[in-house]
Design a protein around this ligand. Structure first.
Ligand code: SF4
Length: 88
């Protein structure tokens, strides 16, 4: 995982994505040709032991790019509106 800015989080060291190319989790788009990359990244996330921690972090941080916890930026924006109305 090439996400050093939150390496202080303990769960990061257990992320399944550490064994994959970071670019897989940052596709150029989430539609068109990028869709296949997104689905591959999501499949890795779904097998990840720290998926919930990762998603919680991305929602709290307002992470605007990449696949985190098996979600795209668009899906996280939706979740933030639904789950964290005060944060939007
Ligand atoms: S849920 Fe996905 S992005 Fe998050 S740590 Fe696991 S593999 Fe990495």
């Amino acid at each position: 995982m090439n996400r050093l800015y939150h390496e202080s989080e303990d769960w990061v060291r257990q992320g399944a994505c550490r064994n994959y190319d970071p670019e897989l989790f940052f596709p150029v788009s989430t539609t068109g040709p990028g869709r296949e990359t997104v689905e591959l990244a999501k499949a890795i996330c779904r097998s990840c032991a720290v998926r919930q921690e990762c998603l919680r972090w991305a929602l709290r941080a307002g992470e605007a790019h990449g696949v985190w916890g098996a979600t795209t930026p668009e899906e996280r924006r939706y979740l933030r509106r639904e789950l964290l109305p005060a944060a939007s």
